[in-house]
Write a protein that binds this ligand. Structure first.
Ligand code: GDP
Length: 449
């Protein structure tokens, strides 16, 4: 998905020149997309590892007549609304004009990230810092679209909003089977579940040569039928079961094999024993999964042994969210490998966690959301200075990673990060996906004024 960049500004500041510079000279055009209106001429360009979709607004204003507010055209509004990031161009020689202020106002209201550019910085011309900073977008990048100076700085400013270079690979992976691991401490019933899911004593019929540390992998057709995508199951338990059958007792959790199962998987089911849930080892495993950034689902096994079936689930839910805040809201399914009860709910829970894990939230949606969240509960002051979160973009998915932009972000307390994380999780249905933040302090703390 290309990052949508709108180049906006009042007439004659050099938007077209910048547009052409980005589209034509510095960067190779991948292809031309005819715009939605016949005037609009958007292009897809590549900037380093990033794919950019440049939204052209330049054409509209050249012929536009009338007062400044009219010239702040609908098309500019539409371009801002469509964009993930706006490049706001002003004329460094002319200084800040009323026209610039009108556009600045629209940009602020949009909540979109804005990169301010002072164009026409040829020779010794530089933007007036006091005046331009007052627009509220920090110090401008000084460039000359005409002479192609300052373009690197512009590229650097856009880069944080772009998709990471691993993106094409990620997309490819989505096409294959969903990779699933079933992990848990010994005796919680992993093998029993594995066998139930596959409908045969699959993990017992592994290689004959005694205990190997290899895991068993198998397709899970019944699960695939439920979610409409193939699922490749990775089981670490099967061969240990075999060892037990052979009269050996293996009680130690093999951290190595659990870790390799987690690394193999996109989604991990943590099996717990309903009679002894949330033991230290359970928490360690769940934390490992969160730290590895995998989607997570909890299965409470041996549900047949639970006496208080009506009340237990609510209790476990609370316990999970309290003990494992890093994966709060993760799907929790009660199952019994013995009776088969609840196992049909496992695949949908896995699909939900996987969906959350793959979710992409648009910058527009995120910033509208952020506004409400900040209003409801503003970040606390640290050492008398206000922490300022200006905007946010999703830097990547799998797991969902959000870049926060602002000032004093290093001082955002964990409790506030948790508030943000939970709000995001609730608003965009991200239960089952560990959520990450990347804090990006702006060098210019103009927003503190
Ligand atoms: P693993 O070490 O996690 O693979 O656990 P196993 O699948 O070997 O199961 C451990 C023990 O729990 C065995 O005695 C199973 O029969 C028993 N068990 C597994 N699932 C259930 C269940 O749903 N209900 C009950 N009551 N016992 C179960």
């Amino acid at each position: 998905m290309a990052l949508k960049v709108a180049i906006v500004g009042r007439p004659n500041v050099g938007k077209s020149t910048l547009f052409n510079r980005l589209a034509g000279k510095k960067l190779a055009i991948v292809h031309d997309t005819p715009g939605v209106t016949r005037d609009r001429h958007d292009v897809e360009v590549r900037l380093g590892n990033m794919a950019l979709h440049l939204i052209d607004t330049a054409g509209f204003e050249s012929g536009a007549e009338g007062s400044l507010p009219t010239r702040m055209t609908k098309q500019t509004q539409t371009a801002i609304a469509d964009a993930d990031v706006c490049v706001f161009v002003i004329d460094a020689r002319a200084g800040v004009t009323t026209g610039d202020e009108i556009i600045a106002d629209a940009l602020r209201k949009s909540g979109k990230p804005v990169i301010l550019v002072g164009n026409k910085c040829e020779g010794r011309v530089r933007p007036n810092v006091a005046e331009t900073t007052a627009l509220g977008f920090g110090e401008p990048i000084a460039l000359s679209a005409e002479h192609a100076t300052g373009m690197e700085e512009l590229a650097d400013a856009i880069a944080p909003f772009g998709e990471e270079s691993e993106e094409p690979e990620e997309t490819k992976e989505t096409d294959g089977p969903l990779k699933l691991a079933i992990v848990g401490r010994p005796n919680v019933g992993k093998s029993s579940i594995f066998n139930r899911l596959l409908g045969e004593e699959r993990s017992l019929t592994g290689p004959e040569a005694g205990i190997t540390r290899d895991a068993v992998r198998a397709m899970w057709p019944a699960g695939a039928a439920i979610i409409g995508r193939e699922i490749l199951l990775h089981d670490t338990a099967g061969l240990r079961k075999k060892a037990r059958v052979a009269g050996e007792v293996l009680e130690e959790m093999s951290v190595g094999s659990t870790l390799s199962a987690i690394r193999f998987a996109e989604c991990v089911v943590v099996v717990m024993d309903v009679m002894q849930p949330f033991e230290k080892q359970d928490l360690t495993i769940a934390d490992l999964i969160a730290r590895e950034g995998r989607a997570i689902v909890f299965a409470l096994n041996k549900w047949d042994l639970e006496d208080d079936k009506a009340g237990a689930m609510g209790r476990f839910r609370k316990q999970l969210d309290k003990l494992l805040p890093q994966v709060e809201g993760a799907p929790l399914v009660a199952v019994s490998a013995r009776t088969g009860q609840g196992l049909d709910r496992l695949a949908p829970a896995i699909a939900a966690a996987d969906k959350a894990w793959n979710t992409r939230v648009s910058t527009g949606q995120l910033n509208r959301f952020l506004e409400g969240v900040l209003k409801r509960n503003p970040p606390p002051a640290v050492n008398g200075r206000r922490v300022r979160i200006r905007y946010m973009t999703q830097a990547k998915s799998r797991p969902p990673t959000f870049a926060l932009f602002g000032t004093q972000l290093d001082a955002v307390p964990e409790s506030y990060q948790r508030y943000l994380r939970n709000s995001i999780r609730g608003a965009f249905d991200l239960g089952g996906a560990p959520i990450r933040f990347s804090l990006r302090n702006s060098k210019n703390p103009f927003a503190d004024k």
